[in-house]
Design a protein around this ligand. Sequence first.
Ligand code: AQP
Length: 356
Amino acid sequence: MDYAIAPATQGFKPLVFSGIQPSGNLHLGNYLGAIANFVKLQDVMDCIYCIVDLHAITVWQDPAELTKSIRELTAAYLASGIDPRKHIVFNQSRVHEHAELAWVFSCVARMGWLNRMTQFKEKAGKDRENVSVGLFGYPNLMAADILVYRATHVPVGEDQKQHLELARDIAQKFNNDFGSRISDLHLGVGEANGFFPSCEPIIQGPATRVMSLRDGTKKMSKSDPSDYSRINLSDDADTIAQKFKKAKTDPEPLPSEEKGLEGRPEADNLVGIHAALSGRTKASILTEFGGGQFRVFKEALTDLAVDKLGPIGQRMKQFAADQAYIDSVLRDGGDRATAIAAPVMNDVKDIVGFLR
Ligand code: AQP
């Protein structure tokens, strides 16, 4: 394992939680920034991997498409190597404790904290008055997703860093606001005697922020209207070749040293993707391709991507064809997730003072 993982908050059992929205078009950024790390972490900690369907509906989703995307994302998890017997794989809406804790956290978090979230500003754009209330409250639900399991580690891409920091602030405020109650009920953990841990982000690996193939200053995203902006995990070899061929570059040849990538976001992104897929450093890639034409480099990148992603795409199709199996994985995962979340939520209710 090539990670330096921060230790869990003292007294809490190390546990990984992360999720991806079933909002279609699962792409190379989701794979390199998140799923590839999910797979590696299975060897070091217990993991809970969620299909966050409650988050997906913060923007409009066609119901039939949403159902399809939940199954497709589950197939992608399994095809990438996530083991649903050793770890937990489920869709969020099955475990109602996520929504319940999110409400409590909506009453803990401050408007000012949420107003600072850059992802909300980017997604809402100029149409702030017209977006869903759910989109604004999204980080409260994300904090609940993690903390309803008292998870200690969260593998995510760079874009989720700010939300993770907010989750830590919410946990800390809850621990402070209810500190004496937590002590009275003997529900505190470790020396700090808090109820929730301070969750540690795991933002590591060579591709924590994969950029659009059409604009190296924008992140690769499911919701980008241009399919040419991203490599989808379901793309076949010809489509991958076409997309890399058309990927935006600049007129200069590739530099021979990493420093030469500065100010060249598209070139930097393509070299970064190669590095992530090949497990090599950018420097060694530039030693091989520096001074040469983008065309030659793009052909090599296409071969590499087809080689790495092709088998995942194939397995995705096989898993997706077995709907009964996918549904059984989600049902079983939901039951096992509930078994962890329900007692935590009961404790939260006691701490807050609800009768149950
Ligand atoms: N471009 C990216 N590079 C690296 N990591 C990325 N992630 C997303 N895009 C990139 C990581 O993938 C995980 C799941 O993301 P998500 O689906 O929950 O939401 P998102 O971050 O908003 O992803 P998208 O693809 O941009 O979706 P839309 O367009 O629907 O908003 C997260 O760990 C994220 O960091």
